[in-house]
Design a binder for this molecule. Structure first.
Ligand code: AHR
Length: 491
């Protein structure tokens, strides 16, 4: 029988709440319609933000939100999105679907959204097609309290106090859509642009993030660390699970056993990426002052039939839930280096936690995983290991049958486990080193591998209480059904 050992006396690292972060781009219905509907909409809203979506997001404690892109960031000129809305530039979103971008959601609206969510803003600046001055003035506009051209402009636009900008990204995917640069060229630009991302008002300095590698491009990581590690607080990493390749991504909801294990295998590759990028970073930064910021991750499948291919709107099944579960466990285990991660993307784009259609909203299986894992935010990672669980899968794609992580915060131990098998159940005994629990609360997410929520049946997959746990001293025993995620909260 698989046994999970949790050494509650051994703290390994701190899990930043930001590891459970999100990303929203001006892409498809990610912002317009999905989050922002405008103050005059019939859809209930507060200052233009959908009330249903904001309330649902508050329940998963969104810690940080990255905006405005993605590829959109390196084409975004922030001044187009401030001032009276009727005067804002109307333009084409050339990158995503060629639709009208009316700039009605800009800096003020983004900061309003963050305030409603209670999350930290992560602004991604434009290096690809923007100037140093433009980036520098955006920071001045947002954060300077005194008298200056940009601070005064902000006041004229109705905002007296500066906002706090916690995180600032200097370009996005500059090896690709952000300018097709070499690492040497971008490294030089990074050093220059970041110089003018000023810290005003004696507040906590802005955390500056350099554009990091695309997946396993270890050369980019090496080059950026060599040239810039003293000038950055974080280095980004983007990795999407697209196991069939970019031309034949496959359906989000119609897939077979092979695709199930192939996808999970590809998701587990995140572990190797974190290990190898961390090893490079360790050589330049043994004290781990520079965070690895996985600010785009998730599944990338075919768009839903009949939808705009440029909108990247995809459904979300139990397969997405398992990918989220194993990826978040992996981030927890690497939280000594991984200081932030943002799922792509929060609403209606790629592996979303929420889908909307008109005034309707549904919570995806991935949403429920974020809810079940929320106890890890700000916790201390505990030493844990699974023994005797073995492997499952196909001959080409073997994956561990079970995978886990454990943390403690405010005296509560959170343990999250994933059963990667789509057909086998596993009895599990979880054993603490010394503590005898007085209370164990648990929840479970399970269903057929393709199970998903629709607007007609929005609760096919949902988190449920999990009571079938027997406790004996320091041990808790239960059976994990196939294709399931379990969360234990132990006191
Ligand atoms: O998340 C969708 C796109 O994927 C982003 O705009 C880009 O950064 C990445 O290639």
């Amino acid at each position: 029988m698989p046994k999970l050992y949790i050494n509650e006396g051994k703290k390994l690292s701190h899990i930043n709440p930001e590891v459970y972060g999100h990303f929203s781009e001006h892409l498809g219905r990610g912002i317009y319609g999905g989050i922002y509907v405008g103050e005059d909409s019939d859809i209930p809203n507060v200052n233009g933000m959908r009330t249903d979506v904001v309330e649902a997001l508050k329940k998963i404690k969104v810690p940080v939100l990255r905006w405005p892109g993605g590829c959109f960031a390196d084409e975004y000129h922030w001044m187009d999105g401030i001032g009276p809305k009727e005067g804002r530039k109307k333009m084409i979103n050339t990158h995503w679907g060629g639709v009208l971008e009316d700039n009605s959601f800009g800096t003020h609206e983004f900061m309003e959204l963050c305030a409603q969510l209670g999350c930290k803003p992560y602004i991604n600046g434009n290096v690809g097609s923007g100037t140093v001055r433009e980036m520098s003035e955006w920071v001045e506009y947002m954060t300077f309290a005194g008298t200056s051209p940009m601070a005064d402009l902000r006041r004229r636009n109705g905002r007296e106090d500066p906002w706090r900008v916690d995180y600032f990204g200097v370009g996005n995917e500059n090896w690709g859509c952000g300018g097709n640069m070499t690492p040497e060229y971008y490294g030089n630009l990074y050093r220059r642009y970041q110089t003018y991302v000023r810290n005003y008002n004696d507040q906590e300095p802005i955390f500056k993030i350099a554009c990091g590698p695309n997946g396993d491009d270890y050369g980019w990581c090496e080059s950026l660390m060599a040239s810039c590690h003293n000038y950055m607080d974080g280095l980004s990493l983007h990795y999407y699970v697209c196991p069939n390749g970019w031309n034949h991504k496959g359906s989000a909801t119609e897939f077979d056993k092979d695709a199930w294990y192939k996808t999970l295998d590809a998701a587990l590759f995140m572990e190797e990426l974190l290990r190898r990028h961390s090893a490079i970073m360790d050589r330049y930064d043994p004290e781990k002052k520079v965070g690895l910021i996985v600010d785009e991750w998730g599944n990338w499948f075919d768009v839903e039939p009949g939808t705009n291919p440029g909108f990247l709107y995809q459904q979300n099944s139990m397969r997405d839930a398992l990918v989220a579960a194993v990826t978040l466990n992996t981030f927890n285990k690497h939280s000594d280096r991984v200081k932030m991660a943002c799922i792509a993307q929060m609403v209606n784009v790629l592996q979303s936690v929420i889908l909307t259609e008109g005034d309707r909203m549904l919570l995806t299986p991935t949403y429920h995983v974020f809810h079940m894992y929320r106890g890890h935010q700000g916790g201390d990672l505990l030493d844990s290991c699974l023994v005797g669980a073995g492997q499952t899968g196909t001959p080409e794609h073997k994956v561990p049958s079970l995978q886990e992580s454990a943390s403690r915060k405010d005296g509560v131990i959170t343990v999250t486990l994933a059963n990667l098998s789509m057909e086998e159940e596993y009895p599990v005994t979880a054993a603490l080193a010394e503590m005898v629990p007085t209370q164990v609360e648990a929840s479970i997410l399970t269903g057929d591998m393709t199970a998903h929520n629709t607007f007609q049946e929005p609760e096919t997959v949902k988190e449920a209480a999990f009571d079938a746990i027997s406790c004996s001293g320091k041990e808790m025993s239960f059976t994990m059904p196939p294709c399931s995620v379990v969360s234990l909260r132990i006191r």
